[in-house]
Design a protein around this ligand. Structure first.
Ligand code: PGA
Length: 255
């Protein structure tokens, strides 16, 4: 059975103390308020990871992750962080292929495929992001764009490895803009993603794949988005920086 997941992406926000304090609030609220089997994942800047790992250890349903890794094992890559380093502090997820990394850091599908391999090798769950730009949506090419991102970034994986990946559909035009995809627009793409996965790996694996929606998701629209058949949770940017908002989104799955 596929999991419902609400993952926060803090991006490059919060200093060390602010991050630790927000995470403590989140952990306490999850303990008090989350009653379902949904998973809550917080992807913080790397500097917070080892401290928040201690706060989350032993807490059911709360996991932590990084926002990027380098594809190599180790070595002379000044400023970079490897999958094994992230794993060694107690994180178990990593966001890969976020549109900000694709756009600002020129991460290609081929590079992302290598990062996915590095993550899986070190038992990190990739939260693999795909999605079209505004221009690609308006020109009607978005299904092709998404299919290519899946094929080039992930479809080299064996079925067993693919089962360890979480997908996130994030239309670039909806990220940080306040413009959310409508539940119907998002569902249409999520169904397409699941169908594309089924063609490659079969129905059973496609049914078990968690596909999250991301892009201006907030407590007011989460319920309508998550009630769609193929939307299994969210990847939350801005609203994950407020414990109350983030928890209200996670609690949609309490019902
Ligand atoms: P947003 O960001 O919720 O602030 O739109 C989502 C993301 O970039 O993952």
């Amino acid at each position: 059975m596929r999991k419902n997941i609400v993952a926060g992406n803090w991006k490059m926000n919060l200093d060390y103390e602010q991050g630790v304090s927000l995470f403590s609030e989140i952990v306490n609220m999850v303990k008090d308020e989350v009653v379902g089997s949904q998973e809550v994942v917080v992807c913080s800047p790397a500097i917070h990871l080892s401290s928040i790992a201690k706060l989350s250890s032993g807490v059911n349903n709360v996991h932590i992750g990084a926002q990027n890794i380098h594809e190599a094992e180790s070595g002379a890559y000044t400023g970079e962080i490897s999958a094994s380093q992230v794993k060694s502090v107690g994180a178990n997820h990593v966001i890969l292929g976020h549109s900000e990394r694709r756009a600002f850091f020129k991460e290609t599908d081929a590079l992302l495929a290598e990062k996915v391999n590095a993550a899986l090798k070190h038992q990190l769950t990739p939260i693999f992001c795909i999605g079209e730009t505004k221009e690609e949506r308006e020109s009607g090419r978005f299904f092709d764009v998404i299919k290519t991102q899946l094929e080039a970034g992930l479809f080299h994986l064996s079925a067993t490895d693919f089962e360890r990946v979480v997908l996130a559909y994030e239309p670039v035009w909806a990220i940080g803009t306040g413009l959310t995809a409508s539940p119907e627009q998002a569902q249409e793409v999520h169904a397409f993603i699941r169908k594309t996965v089924a063609e490659q790996y079969g129905e059973a694996i496609a049914e078990d794949t968690s596909i999250l929606y991301g892009g201006s998701c907030n407590p007011s629209n989460a319920q309508n988005l998550f009630s769609q058949k193929d939307i299994d949770g969210g990847l939350i940017g801005g609203a994950s920086l407020k414990s109350r908002d983030f928890l209200d989104i996670a609690k949609v799955f309490n019902a």
